[in-house]
Design a protein around this ligand. Structure first.
Ligand code: MG
Length: 284
């Protein structure tokens, strides 16, 4: 039903009442984590949560995961066991089981996590449903993960190594709130909102997003690995200020300007989030 360019691909088995969601994410040593700062438990949790967050972004229910791991010489049995325990407990907390994978060795650790999820047929939240006049919201406060990466300490570091895939919120947005588009903020609000706008063929006007305590406005706008959701709803939709204790904040609205143009407090905002290839390559 949907291929490359959204948080998940959507596959509809013939005659099924459900659509299946598929996402895969690489987790690489010295790119997504460092062995000097991340313990085995942190690494396993983050590796799984990156993919679970993509299922959350489509309003899905995680079902199973396939995990391929390439183990470097420095990771002993205990490290690998602890990594897998943390990874599988993050999966089972989200209702998914580890159903298979592959093992190999390499110089640096590399882990690929594929997750399959499900939504009722035809109901997945996508990036391409935002229309002029729709309101733009974000969950939580932004910039904490970037601040944690910078300081390596305190609440911000905890935030960096404990991403919380917003699965309950995603399901609420899909089934109750009438959201028109959604995605998770993995590479920074400015870049990810631009991707949503490009997929929908629209522009956006935003103000300052809520900022994590101690983070800078820049970190909130451009910092990656938030795993909060950015979503849009038709103008008449009523969105509560909180959902299960998580703040939902209106940050602006969709406009009919040039596709992908983001205006922040009236000025054009350069998309400066994290992009491994520094071009328009879209992550899933
Ligand atoms: Mg995503």
């Amino acid at each position: 039903m949907l291929g490359i360019g959204d948080d998940c691909a959507i596959y509809r088995p013939r005659g099924s009442k459900e659509d299946l969601l598929f996402t895969t994410d690489l987790f690489l040593e010295d790119v997504h984590f460092r062995r000097s700062t991340h313990g085995a438990k942190d690494a396993g949790r983050v590796a799984m949560c990156r993919s679970l967050s993509d299922i959350a972004a489509m309003g899905g229910e995680p079902r199973f995961a396939l995990v391929s791991l390439s183990v470097p010489g420095w990771a002993d049995d205990r490290w690998v066991r602890s990594f897998f325990e943390s990874l599988t407990s993050a999966a089972s907390a989200a209702g998914a089981v580890l159903a298979g994978g592959d093992l190999a060795t390499s110089e640096k650790l590399a882990c690929d996590v594929t997750v399959c999820g499900a939504v009722p047929r035809g109901s997945a939240l996508r990036r391409d449903g935002a229309r002029p006049g729709h309101a733009i919201y974000v969950s939580g406060a932004l910039g904490g993960s970037a601040l944690g990466l910078q300081t390596g300490a305190g609440r911000a570091w905890k935030r960096h190594v404990n991403p919380e895939p917003r699965l309950a919120l995603g399901r609420y947005l899909r089934s109750k709130a009438g959201a028109s588009a959604a995605m998770d903020i993995s590479d920074g609000l400015s870049l990810d909102l631009q991707r949503l706008c490009l997929a929908s063929g629209v522009a956006a006007d935003i103000t300052d997003p809520p900022v994590f305590l101690g983070a800078s406005p820049e970190q909130a706008l451009h910092g990656g690995e938030e795993y909060e959701l950015v979503f849009t709803v038709p103008a008449e939709a009523r969105i509560p200020k909180h959902y299960q204790g998580l703040a939902l904040t209106r940050i602006g609205q969709i406009t009919d300007g040039p596709a992908g143009l983001i205006r922040h407090n009236g000025k054009t905002l350069a998309a400066r989030g994290h992009d491994h290839f520094q071009d328009s390559c879209q992550r899933m």
